[in-house]
Every structure is written in structure tokens, then in C-alpha cells.
Design a protein around this ligand. Structure first.
Ligand code: S3P
Length: 440
């Protein structure tokens, strides 16, 4: 159900929160456990719409996944356990589900059709289809987009240079490579997030990583038994930004002020947001915590002045989902912030460069769109108004944090989009803000 949310400015913020399980790690925990042999208990799985899409698609393919208290148990029976679905496989809003499933289904000996909602149906799929065809699979897109038809079969290895840095493309090709007759080599222009490589290494699938290239041969995946999913840094970024932008309340048990996000993923291929904030002069302290397959930390953000910075492509690839919230920070930073190397954002859940520029300009910010990024001059006082999420979760949540700094309330249309990655976002926002920040 679509709803709008009105957020009032908040004089202060503060508190300690946990965020949902990391979305990228949650998808992989379900998918790779289903392809291994044996049971895997997954603790801390993200419960957003995208991860539920992955679960629904796996269930439609005959994989047994059951709830056990707060955990989920996946019964892996390898590729042999997958059964053709009579219905199209509905991936909802989730690009990761659809693209990674293409790689899995490329070697499953039956026909499948993958579909999605209106936003996913406008996103490019040839970037995955073309390497899979080179490996021997039959893959048909609809003018490059979903629905996608995959007829799986025997695959052979390829050496593929991807024109885009994309963990979804990489994961699809590597999953096909697990079943291919020769070595598969995948190279990308910048190193994208490496969760799949970490899972493969832990699950006994040998791999060689060299710079931006990964090579691997056919292998079986061993079930991990238990996977603990750390909190999502992409979700934590909204609260950390709130802590940087608004004066803090001393509400922590030990008398500290600021915003603390507990138990958050700090995989170095994902920490571009933390590096960008450091370049902008912001204070986020990192307290390492014990993790599993992935490094984890408690993160503590404190209010203070920010300055503009040059955020270049090698950093931006590690903060690709955080560009909208970095743009919000930039509106309050002294001087110019230039974000480049972010052309991929034009083909996310919406054209995020166009929509974040439109959203922040509607609230009074000075933003210029570049072909592959944004240029923002600050600090600019933000005023109230009405903006639209374009049904993009990260736009809805970024607009809510911008609203905390505005002079008047901001109404966000289609605010329900946040549930794709963060169903409890609005309740947590209310708990961190002073009464004035409460949403109505
Ligand atoms: C993801 C990869 C990224 C990211 C998306 C999740 C993943 O997309 O933006 O939110 O889990 O592999 P690309 O692979 O298109 O860069």
C-alpha cells in the first residue's frame, strides 16, 4: 500500500540502534545455502522486500526454507534440488535476485522466466545475459530488460571483461562458473563488493583473486551450517548521517552523545561512505566487533562541521548505494562536493542522479547533475516542501534525513518504498529524533 510521510525538522538526534541484516549478504546467505548440500541456519537475515523476493523465488524452485524462531533454516540440495517452476519467477523490485538467479538458472536443466515490478522491468539485463550466452546458456531478454527467459544446460568457462563494475554481474558469472567445464575468469573496471568471493572461499570453492579479476573452476559448495548476517552499512548510513548533521543528545548509557549503530558490516569493498565522511571532515568512530564471514563494527557518529570533498570513482564504487545520502550531507558541507564515477546510478531502482538532484533542489539545495555524478555547493539552508521517492527506497530514506535539517516539514510521497530494504525505518527515525522530528 502506498503512503506519504511528513517529517518535521528535528532540533537534535541521538541514540543507539541496530539495523536490519545486510541486504547483499542476506541474498547470498539464502542463495548459496540453497545450492550447497546440507542445512544452514541463517541468523540476522534482512527482512526487507528484496530479500523476501529471493526467498519466494527459491521456494518456487522447490527449495525448502523454514522459519525457526528468529532464524531461517535453508535445506540445500545443490542444483540437483532445483525444480522448474510452472509460474514465472517474480523478483519484485530486486535487481540482485533477478540477475543472480540468471547465473544460477543458466546451468539448471529446465526453462525459467524471471519477471519483476515496473521499476525492475526497466533495468538492463544484457550485462548478465551476454556472458551467460558466451558460456553456452540460452538467455532471452525483452529488448534488453525483463522478462528474461533462461534455458539452462551444460556450460563452459570464459574469460570475460565486464564493461561495468557490478557485483550482481560478477556473482551471476561466478555461479555459472561453478558449473562450467573450464576455468572462468571475470574482470571488472573497479573492484565491486566481494561478498560472493568471501562466501565461496568459506564454502570450499577455490578461487584466485588478483586486482579486479577473479578466476575459478567448477566446484561444489559446502554448507556453512550457520551464517550470522551483520547489520547493513547501507541502512546504517542514514542514521550516521543524521548524527553528523543534527546536534546530538546525550542519550547513550555511558553518557556519550551522538548516534551509535551496532554490529554493522564494515567489509572494505563497502566502506566508501565512511571514507567519504572522513574526507568531508565528519567524525565516525569505528569499534570492531566479532564477526563471521564478514568484518563487523559498532559505528559512532557525532555532530560537527562538514566540508565539501572530491569523491572520485575508486571511492564511489565502494559507496554506490550511499550516493543519495552523501548528496544530502554535501548540501550541509562548506564548499563544493563533486561525486564522479556514479553513472550506474542512472539504471538503479530509478535514475538516482536525476531524482536526488530534483529532490534536493526542491528543498533549496544547489545541485548540478553531471553525466556520471553530482556537483553540490553548500552549505545551503533547506526549506520544507513535497518530494516523491519515485518508489525508490534509498531516495525515500535520504529525503527523510534531509527533512531533519529543513526549516519546515517535508512530505515524502510513496514513502512506503523504504520497506524494500528497511521495513522499520520510520519507527526507528521517530525513536532517534526529538518530538519535532516525528513523522505524521
Ligand atoms: C548488489 C550490488 C550492487 C548494489 C546493489 C546490491 C549486490 O549493484 O547497488 O544494491 O548485492 O550484489 P550492482 O551489481 O549493479 O553494482
Amino acid at each position: 500500500m502506498t503512503f506519504s510521510r511528513t517529517i518535521s525538522p528535528s532540533p537534535t538526534v541521538g541514540g543507539q540502534v541496530s539495523v536490519p541484516g545486510d541486504k547483499s549478504v542476506s541474498h547470498r546467505a539464502l542463495l548459496l545455502s540453497a545450492l550447497a548440500h546440507g542445512e544452514t541456519r541463517v541468523s540476522g537475515l534482512g527482512l526487507g522486500g528484496d530479500v523476501r523476493s529471493t526467498r519466494r523465488v527459491l521456494t518456487a524452485l522447490g527449495v525448502e526454507i523454514r522459519d525457526d524462531g528468529p532464524d531461517v533454516v535453508v535445506v540445500g540440495r545443490g542444483w540437483e534440488g532445483l525444480r522448474a517452476s510452472l509460474q514465472p519467477l517474480d523478483c519484485g523490485n530486486s535487481g540482485t535476485t533477478l540477475r543472480v538467479m540468471m547465473g544460477i538458472l543458466a546451468s539448471a536443466p529446465f526453462e525459467s522466466t524471471l519477471t519483476g515490478d515496473a521499476s525492475l522491468s526497466s533495468r538492463p539485463m544484457e550485462r548478465v545475459a551476454s556472458p551467460l550466452r558466451l558460456m553456452g546458456a540460452t538467455v532471452e531478454t525483452t529488448q534488453g530488460k525483463p522478462p528474461v527467459r533462461v534455458v539452462g544446460g551444460p556450460l563452459h568457462g570464459i574469460s570475460f571483461g565486464s564493461p561495468v563494475a557490478s557485483a550482481q554481474v560478477k556473482t551471476a558469472v561466478l555461479l555459472a562458473g561453478l558449473r562450467a567445464s573450464e576455468t572462468t575468469r571475470f574482470t571488472e573496471p573497479e573492484r565491486s563488493r566481494d561478498h560472493t568471493e568471501r562466501f565461496f572461499a568459506a564454502m570450499g570453492a577455490p578461487m584466485t583473486v588478483s586486482g579486479n579479476a577473479v578466476s575459478m573452476s567448477a566446484s561444489k559448495l559446502e554448507a556453512l551450517g550457520h551464517v550470522i548476517v551483520p547489520g547493513d552499512l547501507s541502512s546504517a548510513a542514514f542514521w550516521l548521517a543524521a548524527g553528523l548533521l543534527r546536534p546530538n543528545r546525550a542519550v547513550l548509557a555511558d553518557g556519550r552523545d551522538g548516534v551509535v549503530v551496532l554490529n554493522t558490516l564494515v567489509n572494505p569493498t563497502r566502506t566508501g561512505f565512511l571514507e567519504a565522511v572522513a574526507l568531508m571532515g565528519g567524525e565516525i568512530r569505528v569499534y570492531p566487533a566479532s564477526g563471521g564471514v564478514e568484518p563487523t563494527a559498532d559505528l559512532h557518529a557525532r555532530y560537527g562541521p562538514l566540508r565539501g570533498a572530491e569523491l572520485s570513482p575508486d571511492l564511489v564504487v565502494r559507496a554506490i548505494d550511499e550516493v543519495p545520502i552523501l548528496a544530502v550531507l554535501a548540501t550541509q558541507a562548506a564548499g563544493r562536493t563533486r561525486i564522479t564515477g556514479a553513472a550506474e546510478l542512472r539504471v538503479k531502482e530509478c535514475d538516482r542522479l536525476a531524482v536526488i538532484a530534483e529532490t534536493l533542489k526542491a528543498l533549496g539545495a544547489t545541485v548540478r547533475e553531471l553525466p556520471d555524478g553530482l556537483e553540490i555547493d553548500g552549505p545551503t539552508p533547506l526549506h520544507g516542501g513535497r518530494v516523491d521517492s519515485h518508489h525508490d527506497h534509498r531516495i525515500a530514506m535520504s529525503a527523510a534525513i534531509a527533512a531533519l535539517c529543513a526549516s519546515e516539514p517535508v512530505t515524502i510521497d510513496r514513502a512506503d518504498a523504504a520497506a524494500v530494504s528497511y521495513p522499520e525505518f520510520w519507527e526507528t527515525l521517530d525513536s532517534l529524533c526529538e518530538i519535532a522530528g516525528r513523522s505524521v
